[in-house]
Each structure stands twice: as structure tokens, then as C-alpha cells.
Ligand binder design. Structure first.
Ligand SMILES: NC(=O)c1ccc[n+]([C@@H]2O[C@H](COP(=O)([O-])OP(=O)(O)OC[C@H]3O[C@@H](n4cnc5c(N)ncnc54)[C@H](OP(=O)(O)O)[C@@H]3O)[C@@H](O)[C@H]2O)c1
Length: 322
């Protein structure tokens, strides 16, 4: 299959890291689009970008683009994914892929009907470590899963104009860092939780500052998730089974885990490299397109979005545009 023409929509912080990963794999980036032509030009000058657009819609209309990487704030992912699909482009979209389940459902339906690939750029789903851990869990290495525990704390300087705190840009801890914690949880849970308990403290802007979330499913598995935007916590995920527990530190881009057994023995598992996290996302989606495979992880994104809908429902949190 010929090399895909990638376009980057929204040349911000993560987009720069992504462009470097694309350059590493494909040698170049076909296009970049910004709301401002000068910003797009600056970005293009830093990376090997062939085409520059000062308007997102104009870029999406470029017939030579095969796939678009969307790296704008959460609130407009849905709009741009739908536009890309309408123009027959595959999409890799930053987390959180949408702000709610209804939006994601529409996207899944349209992508299926057009035989296009949509994936969430959720690092956990693409890191080699998680593929290896999944295999070990499936082989019974830690026995039946009983308890999952995930912490994510990020100390963001309080600035109400920043996307992290803005209800207009779907800010708050849940969509920004909770997506990682819940994706980790859902990746290891055998089935979707059917009981959700949660408590929250909100910022004065109305979005969530910190929360605790407890999940239960019909497979007798429980998860406890703790999130905060105003304190560092170790980014740690633990999956405890009847025969041992897995610990992944810096879990969003983890490349090393330990398994601790009841007798105190500790085994180290390594796979992939943290620094290559975005490269794995690109490789996975390119392989999926080349082999015309069904997404293995979009269903997980759908489940995580459903959990986040219920959590926000219990908090009474709606974003300003919902
Ligand atoms: N996977 C990861 O490790 C990771 C890490 C960080 C962030 N993310 C995700 O990536 C996305 C972008 O995050 P980021 O930290 O890169 O954000 P950022 O630095 O603020 O960049 C976002 C870009 O989106 C564009 N944009 C479009 N509409 C906007 C609006 N209304 N307000 C502000 N910017 C707007 C801007 O580009 P123009 O103005 O030039 O058009 C801006 O450069 C988020 O969904 C975030 O959750 C993922």
C-alpha cells in the first residue's frame, strides 16, 4: 500500500510531538491546518510539512489527504471528525475523542457506513506493554482480576482562560486525565461496569477539579479511580488478581510493569519505549488501514465515554455548549 498522506489539524503542544513522530516513520507530513495561517507556517517550518492551511475546513477539503490527526481541545473533536469522515478521510483523534457518548455513537455509525477508520489517540491502547500485559492476563498470570486501582494527579496552574479549566472547551480533570485512568481500567476489566459511584469537587468555573470514581461490573471486578488537577499524584495503575498484582507507574505511556506474587516475588515486564508512544499510535492505525481491519479499541473508547457520561450525570456537570 502506498504511504498515507497525513494532515495535522490544530498545531498545538501535542501536535508538535506528533509531527516529530510522523516524520520519524513517514519522513514527512503532508499538511498542517491552523485557524491562523502564520501559526501553520511556523509549525510547517519546524517539521517537514508540504502543505499549509490557515483554515481547518479548507484543509479537510484537500482531496489528497488520506488521514487527519485532530489535536484541538475536546469540545470541537466531534465537529472535525464528522467533517473529515464526510470528506472520506480516516481519523486519529486526540483524547478525549468526544465530550459525550451520543457524539461518539454518531461518529462510529458514519465511519462504519463509509468503511473509514477512526481511532482515539489513547496511548494505553497502542503501547506494546499493554498488549503484552493483556496477553499475560488472558493466560491467567495473575488469576482472576478482582480489584483495579488508578491514580492520576496533575498540578495545573490555575488560569481560568486555559482549556484545563474552561467549561467552553470541555475542561476539567475527567476528560483530560480521567480518560487515561478510565481507559486503563476498562482495558483490563472483563466487562463494562454496571454500577458507578462517584464524588466530585468542582472549580469555580464549574468543571471538575478532583474526584473519586468507583466501578463494579457483573464479573465481580471492582475499580477505584482518583483524579485531581491541583496536586501531583503518582500516575499509577494496579491490576490485582487472585494470583498476583500488576503495577504500572507512569501508566499512560508505560513501558515497564512489575508483577508481585503473594510470596513476595517480583517479576519485571518490559515492552516498547515511552518515548515512542505516538509512533505506536501511528503504526497501529496505518496497519489497520492497510489490512482493512476492524478497530480493536474503538469499542473501548465507546465504553469509557459511557462511563464518563454517567459520572458527569451524577455530578450534574454539563459543558456550556451541551
Ligand atoms: N496524547 C497525549 O499525550 C496528549 C497530551 C496533551 C494533550 N492531548 C490532547 O490533545 C488535544 C490538544 O491538547 P494540547 O495540549 O496540544 O492543546 P494546545 O496546546 O492548547 O493546542 C490546541 C490547538 O488546537 C487549536 N484550537 C482549535 N480551536 C481552539 C480553541 N477554541 N481554543 C484553543 N485552541 C484551539 C489551536 O490551534 P490554532 O489556533 O493554531 O488553530 C491550538 O494550537 C486535547 O484533546 C488534549 O486532551 C493529548
Amino acid at each position: 500500500m502506498r504511504k498515507l498522506n497525513w494532515a495535522i489539524l490544530g498545531p498545538g503542544t501535542i501536535a508538535a510531538e506528533f509531527a516529530a513522530a510522523l516524520e520519524q516513520i513517514n519522513g514527512e507530513v503532508y499538511a498542517v491546518g491552523s485557524r491562523n495561517l502564520e501559526r501553520a507556517r511556523e509549525f510547517a517550518a519546524k517539521f517537514k510539512v508540504q502543505n499549509v492551511y490557515g483554515d481547518y475546513d479548507e484543509m479537510i477539503g484537500d482531496e489528497n489527504i488520506d488521514i487527519v490527526y485532530i489535536a484541538t481541545p475536546h469540545n470541537n473533536h466531534y465537529e472535525y471528525i464528522m467533517k473529515c469522515l464526510a470528506h472520506n478521510k480516516h481519523v486519529l483523534c486526540e483524547k478525549a475523542i468526544t465530550v459525550n457518548g451520543a457524539q461518539l455513537e454518531e461518529i462510529v455509525d458514519l465511519a462504519r457506513s463509509k468503511n473509514l477508520v477512526v481511532e482515539e489517540a489513547m496511548t494505553i491502547y497502542h503501547m506494546p506493554l499493554y498488549k503484552k500485559l493483556r496477553q499475560l492476563v488472558d493466560e491467567g498470570k495473575i488469576g482472576k482480576i478482582k480489584m483495579i486501582q488508578v491514580n492520576f494527579g496533575s498540578l495545573k496552574e490555575y488560569d481560568v482562560t486555559n482549556r484545563f479549566f474552561s467549561p467552553d472547551l470541555a475542561g476539567g480533570a475527567l476528560l483530560d486525565i480521567g480518560t487515561y485512568a478510565l481507559s486503563f481500567t476498562r482495558y483490563f476489566m472483563t466487562s463494562q461496569p454496571d454500577e458507578i459511584l462517584t464524588t466530585v469537587k468542582k472549580f469555580e468555573t464549574g468543571v471538575d477539579e478532583q474526584s473519586g470514581i468507583i466501578l463494579n461490573n457483573a464479573d465481580d471486578e471492582m475499580a477505584v479511580v482518583s483524579l485531581t488537577m491541583r496536586a501531583k499524584q503518582p500516575k499509577q495503575g494496579i491490576v490485582a488478581g487472585e494470583l498476583g498484582y500488576i503495577t504500572v507507574t507512569n501508566f499512560p505511556r508505560g513501558d515497564m510493569a512489575t508483577i508481585t506474587y503473594p510470596d513476595g516475588r517480583v517479576e519485571t515486564i518490559t515492552a516498547g519505549q515511552t518515548a515512542q508512544a505516538l509512533v505506536y499510535e501511528i503504526e497501529d492505525i496505518q496497519n489497520q488501514i492497510a489490512n482493512q481491519e476492524k478497530s480493536k479499541t474503538l469499542e473501548l473508547s465507546v465504553d469509557v465515554m459511557a462511563i464518563m457520561d454517567e459520572v458527569r450525570n451524577q455530578w450534574g456537570l454539563k459543558y456550556s455548549f451541551e
